[in-house]
Design a protein around this ligand. Structure first.
Ligand code: TXA
Ligand code: MG
Length: 351
Protein backbone atom coordinates (compact mmCIF):
# COMPACT_ATOMS: atom_id res chain seq x y z
CA UNK A 1 0.00 0.00 0.00
CA UNK A 2 1.50 3.32 -1.07
CA UNK A 3 1.84 6.10 1.50
CA UNK A 4 2.60 9.79 1.13
CA UNK A 5 6.32 10.50 1.33
CA UNK A 6 7.09 13.91 2.77
CA UNK A 7 10.44 15.41 1.75
CA UNK A 8 11.67 17.91 4.35
CA UNK A 9 14.64 20.11 3.47
CA UNK A 10 16.84 20.69 6.53
CA UNK A 11 19.15 23.68 6.19
CA UNK A 12 19.99 24.20 9.85
CA UNK A 13 19.32 21.84 12.75
CA UNK A 14 18.40 24.69 15.11
CA UNK A 15 16.12 26.50 12.70
CA UNK A 16 14.57 23.24 11.51
CA UNK A 17 14.30 21.74 15.01
CA UNK A 18 10.57 21.19 14.65
CA UNK A 19 10.95 19.08 11.50
CA UNK A 20 13.58 16.99 13.28
CA UNK A 21 11.26 16.53 16.26
CA UNK A 22 8.48 15.28 13.96
CA UNK A 23 10.91 12.90 12.24
CA UNK A 24 12.02 11.64 15.66
CA UNK A 25 8.37 11.01 16.61
CA UNK A 26 7.89 8.88 13.48
CA UNK A 27 10.88 6.73 14.47
CA UNK A 28 9.80 6.45 18.12
CA UNK A 29 6.39 5.26 16.92
CA UNK A 30 8.04 2.50 14.87
CA UNK A 31 8.09 4.20 11.45
CA UNK A 32 10.86 4.83 8.91
CA UNK A 33 12.71 8.07 8.10
CA UNK A 34 15.50 8.43 5.53
CA UNK A 35 18.27 10.84 6.52
CA UNK A 36 21.69 12.03 5.35
CA UNK A 37 24.97 10.88 6.90
CA UNK A 38 28.51 11.83 5.84
CA UNK A 39 28.85 8.55 3.86
CA UNK A 40 25.52 7.83 2.13
CA UNK A 41 21.82 8.37 2.97
CA UNK A 42 20.43 5.93 5.56
CA UNK A 43 16.95 4.42 5.98
CA UNK A 44 16.30 4.70 9.72
CA UNK A 45 14.13 2.89 12.24
CA UNK A 46 14.20 2.39 16.01
CA UNK A 47 17.00 -0.18 16.37
CA UNK A 48 15.56 -1.58 19.63
CA UNK A 49 12.10 -2.21 18.12
CA UNK A 50 11.90 -5.53 16.26
CA UNK A 51 8.81 -4.56 14.23
CA UNK A 52 10.40 -1.28 13.15
CA UNK A 53 13.53 -3.07 11.93
CA UNK A 54 11.37 -5.49 9.94
CA UNK A 55 9.89 -2.54 8.05
CA UNK A 56 13.36 -1.63 6.79
CA UNK A 57 13.77 -5.04 5.17
CA UNK A 58 10.34 -4.70 3.53
CA UNK A 59 10.96 -1.20 2.17
CA UNK A 60 14.36 -2.15 0.72
CA UNK A 61 13.50 -5.69 -0.39
CA UNK A 62 16.54 -6.70 1.65
CA UNK A 63 17.35 -10.35 2.48
CA UNK A 64 16.48 -10.85 6.18
CA UNK A 65 19.85 -12.43 7.03
CA UNK A 66 21.66 -9.16 6.23
CA UNK A 67 22.17 -7.25 9.53
CA UNK A 68 21.70 -3.50 10.00
CA UNK A 69 24.10 -0.90 11.42
CA UNK A 70 22.96 0.77 14.68
CA UNK A 71 23.69 4.52 14.71
CA UNK A 72 24.33 6.24 18.05
CA UNK A 73 25.13 9.79 19.12
CA UNK A 74 26.98 9.18 22.46
CA UNK A 75 29.74 6.70 23.22
CA UNK A 76 28.07 5.85 26.56
CA UNK A 77 25.10 4.42 24.61
CA UNK A 78 27.38 1.65 23.34
CA UNK A 79 27.64 0.19 26.84
CA UNK A 80 23.86 -0.07 27.04
CA UNK A 81 23.60 -2.43 24.07
CA UNK A 82 26.67 -4.60 24.68
CA UNK A 83 27.93 -6.44 27.75
CA UNK A 84 31.41 -6.57 26.28
CA UNK A 85 32.84 -3.32 24.92
CA UNK A 86 36.53 -4.05 24.24
CA UNK A 87 39.19 -1.37 24.93
CA UNK A 88 39.78 -1.09 21.17
CA UNK A 89 36.23 0.24 20.80
CA UNK A 90 37.03 3.18 23.09
CA UNK A 91 40.30 3.88 21.27
CA UNK A 92 38.64 3.81 17.85
CA UNK A 93 35.81 5.95 19.08
CA UNK A 94 38.23 8.56 20.45
CA UNK A 95 40.12 8.59 17.14
CA UNK A 96 37.34 8.37 14.56
CA UNK A 97 33.85 9.05 16.00
CA UNK A 98 31.78 10.76 14.92
CA UNK A 99 32.95 9.46 11.54
CA UNK A 100 32.80 6.86 8.77
CA UNK A 101 33.77 3.84 10.89
CA UNK A 102 31.48 0.98 11.98
CA UNK A 103 32.62 -1.43 14.70
CA UNK A 104 31.24 -4.89 15.38
CA UNK A 105 30.94 -6.05 19.00
CA UNK A 106 28.84 -8.51 21.02
CA UNK A 107 25.22 -7.47 21.43
CA UNK A 108 23.07 -7.82 24.55
CA UNK A 109 19.36 -8.67 24.92
CA UNK A 110 18.28 -5.07 24.27
CA UNK A 111 19.09 -5.44 20.57
CA UNK A 112 16.53 -7.63 18.80
CA UNK A 113 17.67 -10.31 16.35
CA UNK A 114 15.51 -8.57 13.73
CA UNK A 115 18.09 -5.75 13.78
CA UNK A 116 21.16 -8.03 13.64
CA UNK A 117 19.86 -10.50 11.07
CA UNK A 118 19.92 -13.24 13.70
CA UNK A 119 23.54 -12.61 14.74
CA UNK A 120 24.83 -12.31 18.32
CA UNK A 121 26.99 -9.36 17.32
CA UNK A 122 25.95 -5.83 16.45
CA UNK A 123 27.44 -3.25 14.07
CA UNK A 124 27.55 0.28 15.54
CA UNK A 125 28.64 3.67 14.29
CA UNK A 126 28.39 7.34 15.23
CA UNK A 127 27.84 9.32 12.00
CA UNK A 128 29.54 12.68 11.46
CA UNK A 129 26.53 14.63 10.23
CA UNK A 130 24.54 17.20 12.23
CA UNK A 131 21.16 16.05 10.85
CA UNK A 132 21.91 12.37 11.59
CA UNK A 133 23.09 13.15 15.13
CA UNK A 134 20.09 15.40 15.84
CA UNK A 135 17.68 12.75 14.54
CA UNK A 136 19.31 10.00 16.63
CA UNK A 137 18.90 12.15 19.76
CA UNK A 138 15.27 12.96 18.90
CA UNK A 139 14.54 9.25 18.32
CA UNK A 140 15.74 7.87 21.65
CA UNK A 141 19.38 7.18 20.85
CA UNK A 142 19.48 4.14 18.54
CA UNK A 143 18.70 4.23 14.83
CA UNK A 144 19.13 1.09 12.73
CA UNK A 145 19.96 2.22 9.22
CA UNK A 146 21.18 0.53 6.09
CA UNK A 147 21.83 2.62 3.00
CA UNK A 148 18.48 4.03 1.80
CA UNK A 149 18.46 2.36 -1.63
CA UNK A 150 16.35 -0.51 -2.90
CA UNK A 151 18.41 -3.65 -2.27
CA UNK A 152 20.84 -4.17 -5.15
CA UNK A 153 20.80 -0.55 -6.41
CA UNK A 154 23.69 1.90 -5.87
CA UNK A 155 23.62 3.61 -2.45
CA UNK A 156 22.01 7.08 -2.43
CA UNK A 157 24.25 10.14 -2.19
CA UNK A 158 21.39 12.65 -2.73
CA UNK A 159 17.86 12.86 -1.29
CA UNK A 160 16.61 12.59 -4.91
CA UNK A 161 18.16 9.10 -5.12
CA UNK A 162 16.32 8.10 -1.95
CA UNK A 163 13.05 9.44 -3.41
CA UNK A 164 13.59 7.40 -6.61
CA UNK A 165 13.77 4.18 -4.58
CA UNK A 166 11.57 4.90 -1.53
CA UNK A 167 8.76 7.14 -2.80
CA UNK A 168 5.42 5.82 -1.55
CA UNK A 169 7.11 3.34 0.80
CA UNK A 170 8.19 5.55 3.72
CA UNK A 171 6.56 8.57 5.39
CA UNK A 172 9.54 10.96 5.43
CA UNK A 173 12.87 11.81 3.79
CA UNK A 174 15.13 14.45 5.39
CA UNK A 175 16.94 16.26 2.58
CA UNK A 176 20.33 17.55 3.71
CA UNK A 177 21.81 17.92 0.23
CA UNK A 178 24.72 15.93 -1.19
CA UNK A 179 26.66 13.69 1.21
CA UNK A 180 30.37 14.36 1.78
CA UNK A 181 32.11 11.01 1.27
CA UNK A 182 29.89 9.05 -1.09
CA UNK A 183 30.82 5.46 -0.17
CA UNK A 184 29.76 3.50 2.90
CA UNK A 185 31.67 3.39 6.19
CA UNK A 186 34.63 1.11 6.89
CA UNK A 187 33.48 -1.90 8.95
CA UNK A 188 35.92 -3.41 11.47
CA UNK A 189 35.04 -6.53 13.45
CA UNK A 190 36.36 -6.32 17.02
CA UNK A 191 35.07 -9.78 17.99
CA UNK A 192 37.96 -11.36 16.05
CA UNK A 193 41.23 -12.03 17.92
CA UNK A 194 42.94 -9.70 15.46
CA UNK A 195 40.47 -6.98 14.41
CA UNK A 196 39.30 -7.57 10.85
CA UNK A 197 38.10 -5.17 8.17
CA UNK A 198 34.89 -6.58 6.69
CA UNK A 199 34.29 -3.64 4.33
CA UNK A 200 36.94 -1.08 3.25
CA UNK A 201 36.03 2.62 3.34
CA UNK A 202 37.35 6.12 4.01
CA UNK A 203 39.10 4.95 7.22
CA UNK A 204 41.92 2.73 5.95
CA UNK A 205 43.76 -0.25 7.43
CA UNK A 206 46.78 2.03 8.06
CA UNK A 207 44.68 4.56 9.95
CA UNK A 208 43.18 1.80 12.13
CA UNK A 209 46.57 0.17 12.80
CA UNK A 210 48.01 3.45 14.08
CA UNK A 211 45.35 3.38 16.82
CA UNK A 212 44.86 -0.30 17.76
CA UNK A 213 47.83 -2.19 16.30
CA UNK A 214 47.53 -5.07 13.86
CA UNK A 215 44.35 -5.20 11.77
CA UNK A 216 43.60 -7.79 9.08
CA UNK A 217 41.57 -7.58 5.89
CA UNK A 218 38.77 -10.15 5.48
CA UNK A 219 40.21 -12.52 2.83
CA UNK A 220 36.65 -12.99 1.53
CA UNK A 221 36.44 -9.42 0.21
CA UNK A 222 39.71 -9.55 -1.69
CA UNK A 223 39.06 -12.85 -3.44
CA UNK A 224 37.33 -12.53 -6.81
CA UNK A 225 36.22 -16.16 -6.69
CA UNK A 226 33.35 -17.53 -4.67
CA UNK A 227 35.56 -19.91 -2.67
CA UNK A 228 35.87 -17.65 0.35
CA UNK A 229 32.71 -16.10 1.74
CA UNK A 230 32.98 -12.54 3.09
CA UNK A 231 32.14 -12.35 6.80
CA UNK A 232 29.74 -9.40 6.48
CA UNK A 233 26.58 -10.99 5.05
CA UNK A 234 25.92 -7.91 2.91
CA UNK A 235 29.25 -8.18 1.10
CA UNK A 236 28.28 -11.45 -0.57
CA UNK A 237 25.42 -9.99 -2.59
CA UNK A 238 25.95 -8.47 -6.03
CA UNK A 239 25.50 -5.01 -4.63
CA UNK A 240 25.77 -1.48 -5.94
CA UNK A 241 24.73 -2.93 -9.23
CA UNK A 242 23.80 -0.77 -12.21
CA UNK A 243 21.20 -2.22 -14.60
CA UNK A 244 23.73 -2.40 -17.44
CA UNK A 245 26.58 -4.86 -17.67
CA UNK A 246 29.68 -3.13 -16.23
CA UNK A 247 33.24 -4.08 -17.16
CA UNK A 248 36.45 -2.56 -15.74
CA UNK A 249 39.46 -1.96 -17.97
CA UNK A 250 42.73 -1.90 -16.08
CA UNK A 251 46.23 -0.99 -17.26
CA UNK A 252 48.36 1.88 -18.56
CA UNK A 253 46.14 4.89 -19.39
CA UNK A 254 46.85 5.13 -23.14
CA UNK A 255 46.16 1.44 -23.69
CA UNK A 256 43.01 1.56 -21.55
CA UNK A 257 41.61 4.38 -23.71
CA UNK A 258 42.49 2.46 -26.86
CA UNK A 259 40.81 -0.72 -25.57
CA UNK A 260 37.67 1.08 -24.43
CA UNK A 261 37.36 2.78 -27.84
CA UNK A 262 37.55 -0.66 -29.50
CA UNK A 263 34.85 -1.95 -27.16
CA UNK A 264 32.65 1.10 -27.83
CA UNK A 265 32.94 0.58 -31.59
CA UNK A 266 32.06 -3.11 -31.24
CA UNK A 267 29.04 -2.31 -29.05
CA UNK A 268 27.76 0.38 -31.40
CA UNK A 269 28.06 -1.94 -34.39
CA UNK A 270 25.73 -4.30 -32.50
CA UNK A 271 23.26 -1.44 -31.91
CA UNK A 272 24.02 -1.39 -28.20
CA UNK A 273 23.93 1.75 -26.06
CA UNK A 274 27.22 2.16 -24.26
CA UNK A 275 28.42 4.27 -21.33
CA UNK A 276 31.99 5.12 -20.30
CA UNK A 277 33.33 6.16 -16.89
CA UNK A 278 36.58 8.09 -17.35
CA UNK A 279 38.55 10.90 -15.69
CA UNK A 280 38.90 14.60 -16.57
CA UNK A 281 42.32 13.75 -18.01
CA UNK A 282 41.12 10.98 -20.33
CA UNK A 283 37.77 12.56 -21.30
CA UNK A 284 38.97 13.88 -24.66
CA UNK A 285 40.13 10.38 -25.64
CA UNK A 286 36.54 9.24 -26.30
CA UNK A 287 34.39 10.40 -29.21
CA UNK A 288 31.45 7.97 -29.07
CA UNK A 289 29.09 6.60 -26.43
CA UNK A 290 27.77 8.35 -23.31
CA UNK A 291 30.95 9.48 -21.57
CA UNK A 292 30.95 10.69 -17.94
CA UNK A 293 34.03 11.87 -16.08
CA UNK A 294 34.22 10.86 -12.42
CA UNK A 295 36.66 13.72 -11.62
CA UNK A 296 40.38 14.36 -11.76
CA UNK A 297 42.44 11.14 -11.62
CA UNK A 298 44.28 12.10 -8.42
CA UNK A 299 41.21 13.55 -6.65
CA UNK A 300 40.06 10.48 -4.79
CA UNK A 301 37.50 12.37 -2.74
CA UNK A 302 35.74 13.38 -5.96
CA UNK A 303 35.93 9.84 -7.35
CA UNK A 304 34.28 8.40 -4.21
CA UNK A 305 31.66 11.18 -4.19
CA UNK A 306 30.59 10.68 -7.81
CA UNK A 307 30.69 6.90 -8.25
CA UNK A 308 27.14 5.92 -7.21
CA UNK A 309 25.58 8.98 -8.81
CA UNK A 310 27.14 8.07 -12.17
CA UNK A 311 25.91 4.47 -11.92
CA UNK A 312 22.40 5.82 -11.32
CA UNK A 313 22.73 8.24 -14.27
CA UNK A 314 23.57 5.33 -16.55
CA UNK A 315 20.50 3.47 -15.21
CA UNK A 316 18.39 6.48 -16.27
CA UNK A 317 20.01 6.59 -19.71
CA UNK A 318 19.24 2.88 -20.11
CA UNK A 319 22.63 1.98 -21.52
CA UNK A 320 23.26 -1.74 -22.18
CA UNK A 321 26.96 -1.73 -21.37
CA UNK A 322 29.27 0.38 -19.19
CA UNK A 323 33.04 0.40 -19.58
CA UNK A 324 34.97 1.95 -16.72
CA UNK A 325 38.58 2.87 -16.26
CA UNK A 326 39.92 1.65 -12.89
CA UNK A 327 40.79 4.01 -10.05
CA UNK A 328 43.36 2.50 -7.71
CA UNK A 329 44.05 5.74 -5.83
CA UNK A 330 46.53 5.66 -2.90
CA UNK A 331 44.28 6.11 0.16
CA UNK A 332 40.69 5.21 -0.66
CA UNK A 333 41.57 3.16 -3.74
CA UNK A 334 40.85 -0.14 -2.06
CA UNK A 335 37.37 1.01 -1.01
CA UNK A 336 36.58 2.52 -4.41
CA UNK A 337 37.79 -0.55 -6.31
CA UNK A 338 35.91 -2.86 -3.91
CA UNK A 339 32.63 -1.10 -4.82
CA UNK A 340 33.43 -0.97 -8.55
CA UNK A 341 34.49 -4.62 -8.70
CA UNK A 342 31.26 -5.64 -7.01
CA UNK A 343 29.20 -3.50 -9.36
CA UNK A 344 31.06 -5.18 -12.24
CA UNK A 345 30.54 -8.67 -10.83
CA UNK A 346 34.38 -8.88 -11.01
CA UNK A 347 34.51 -8.52 -14.81
CA UNK A 348 37.93 -6.99 -15.49
CA UNK A 349 39.91 -6.73 -18.73
CA UNK A 350 43.62 -6.12 -18.16
CA UNK A 351 45.46 -4.47 -21.04
O1 TXA B 1 28.10 4.29 5.80
C1 TXA B 1 27.34 3.40 6.19
O2 TXA B 1 27.74 2.45 6.90
C2 TXA B 1 25.87 3.47 5.77
C3 TXA B 1 25.25 4.68 6.49
C4 TXA B 1 23.76 4.78 6.27
O3 TXA B 1 25.58 4.66 7.85
N1 TXA B 1 25.17 2.27 6.11
C5 TXA B 1 25.35 1.11 5.42
O4 TXA B 1 24.54 0.07 5.82
O5 TXA B 1 26.15 0.98 4.52
P1 TXA B 1 24.29 -1.24 4.96
O6 TXA B 1 23.18 -1.94 5.62
O7 TXA B 1 24.08 -0.87 3.53
O8 TXA B 1 25.57 -2.09 5.15
C6 TXA B 1 25.82 -2.72 6.38
C7 TXA B 1 26.84 -3.81 6.21
C8 TXA B 1 26.30 -5.03 5.49
O9 TXA B 1 27.27 -5.53 4.60
C9 TXA B 1 26.09 -6.00 6.66
O10 TXA B 1 26.13 -7.34 6.24
C10 TXA B 1 27.22 -5.63 7.59
O11 TXA B 1 27.26 -4.24 7.50
N2 TXA B 1 26.95 -5.99 9.00
C11 TXA B 1 26.06 -5.40 9.84
N3 TXA B 1 26.05 -6.00 11.04
C12 TXA B 1 26.97 -6.99 10.98
C13 TXA B 1 27.43 -7.97 11.92
N4 TXA B 1 26.92 -8.06 13.14
N5 TXA B 1 28.40 -8.83 11.50
C14 TXA B 1 28.91 -8.72 10.25
N6 TXA B 1 28.51 -7.82 9.32
C15 TXA B 1 27.56 -6.97 9.68
MG1 MG C 1 23.89 -0.88 1.46
Amino acid sequence: MAMDTKIEIIKDCLIDAKKLRIAGEIIKEGGLVAFPTETVYGLGADALNADASKKIYEAKGRPCDNPLIVHIAEFSDLEKISGNVPPAARKLSDAFWPGPLTIIIEKNEKVPYETTGGMNTVAVRMPDHPIALALIRESGGYIAAPSANTSGRPSPTLAEHVAEDMHGKIPMILDGGAVGIGIESTIVDLTEEIPMILRPGYITQDMLEKVIGEVRMDPGIIASDSLRKPKAPGMKYKHYAPKADLVLIDGEEGRVIEKINELIAAAISEDKRVGVICTDESRSGYQAGQVISIGARNDEDAIAQHLYKILREFDDMEVDLIYSESFATPRMGQAIMNRLLKAAGHQVITV
